[in-house]
Every structure is written in structure tokens, then in C-alpha cells.
Ligand binder design. Sequence first.
Ligand code: CDP
Length: 258
Amino acid sequence: MIHPVQTEQNAQSTADLSPLTSLQPAIIAIDGPAASGKSTVGFQLAQRTGFLFFDTGILYRAVTWAVLRAGVAPQDEAAVGRMAEQTIIDIGPAGNHNDGRQSSVMIEQQDVTWQIRTPEIDQNVSAIAANGLVRQALLAQQRRIALHYGHGRAAQPGIILVGRDIGTVVAPDAPLKIYLNATAEERARRRFHEQQARGKAVDYTRVLEDIYRRDKLDSERALAPLRPADDAIVIDTSTLSTDQVIERILAAARGKWG
Ligand code: CDP
């Protein structure tokens, strides 16, 4: 079960995009491989538009954390599926934590915000995400949240979902679909610097290997594989700044919503 909570950054009213959002669901779907810039771009885009930011990768990471903590074998499909159904994941504002987090992630009152970002989770999450029972359990929750926020039933004028299958499976009706990409080397460099900034001892070659491995698992899996939706705008972020990517998406959003 998932309880998203409005984040502080979304509380500020902004949105030159809000007036026309009632005409079609105000949903921006952002997909792409690991470290392609989805979360950074999605988070800042939310600040610019007032839309709620929802990083769906958190759910798969949180289930992976719960599975490993419980000592359940990741390959035990039924047991892992049950964990996805039963684990209560709360996503809320960063609050007073001044440690670079975009939101706080809680499982049973335990703050797991950083525990779900370790190399151990990186190594196991794609296998958990390929489990059909896990995807089924998390899909229903993501759709419920997307529709609630996308149809103006909350204070925010819309929602930005980031993940792997948002444009293709979770919200195929989203009027604006973005697919971010970058070379594996550039993405590994970004992930390497992120881990270093958090004081973790990391090896670039291992980060790169993990990126290759996860790309392969995510794009070759049978269920909801990573791929751009047919009508997605594909942006290669390898040589673009975050601001440049955001400006491109905002320009497309203005085109959609007036
Ligand atoms: O931040 P990073 O791009 O490394 O990963 P993430 O977005 O947190 O997602 C972690 C993993 O969850 C991905 O490698 C996918 O296996 C899975 N995932 C998915 O299958 N579908 C989504 N909508 C989001 C994540």
C-alpha cells in the first residue's frame, strides 16, 4: 500500500500550466534508463509547474529493501509478490532533513530513504521489478495516484511520474511523454559522483557494469520492458545541462496545455 504525501516543493503555487489542465489529464510521463536524469529533471520540473513529483522507482526499491530485510529469496516469485502487496510504503516531504533527499521514504515507521539507494539494492532491484506479481501490485497503486492528481482532485494542478513504463503502461494516456537517455558511460559517471557525494567508496567500473546489467534486465524483461512510448519525445541528455532539458520539456508542455 502506498501513501503519497504532498511535498513541500509542490506546496508553492506556480503553474503557468494549470489553466487548461482540466481538458486532458495533467500527467507528464518521464521514462528512461538508470541515471538518465529522470529524477533530477522531474523534481525541478515539479518546482517549476507546481505538479506533484512521483518517482515510481522508489516503490520497486522499497519492495526490494523489504524482501532483503525479511530474508525472502528474490527468486521466490510468490513470496516476493506477497511482500509487494503487504508492504506499506509512505512517501512524504523531505521535511527538515538537510541531506539532499527529494522526499522521505518510510516503511513501518522506519526511514529508509537512503537504505533503498545502496549498491545492494541497485544490484537486486531489476530482478524484483521483473516479477509479474510485484508489477501488478504496484501498477494499481500508481494508476490510482496518477488519476487522482492528473484529474485535479488534489491541490496540485497535475503530476509528473518518472520510471521505466509510465508512458507505455502506467499512464499511456498522458498527453506529454518524455524519454530521457544518455550514454552508459555518462550515466555511470553521474551515479559514481552521486555515491561519492554521499561519502560512499565506489568504483567507476563496477558502477558502469551495474548500469549495463540493469539496462539489459530492464529492457529485455517480458513485462513492461523499458522502451520509449511511440509518441514520446526522446531527449539525449549526454551533453545537455539539467536546465536545457527542463526548458525543452516546458516548451513541449506549453504546446500541449496552452
Ligand atoms: O534511479 P535509477 O534510474 O537508477 O533507478 P530507479 O528509477 O530508482 O528504478 C530502479 C529499478 O526499478 C529500475 O532499474 C527498474 O528495474 C525498476 N522500475 C521499473 O521497473 N518500473 C518503474 N516504473 C520504475 C522502476
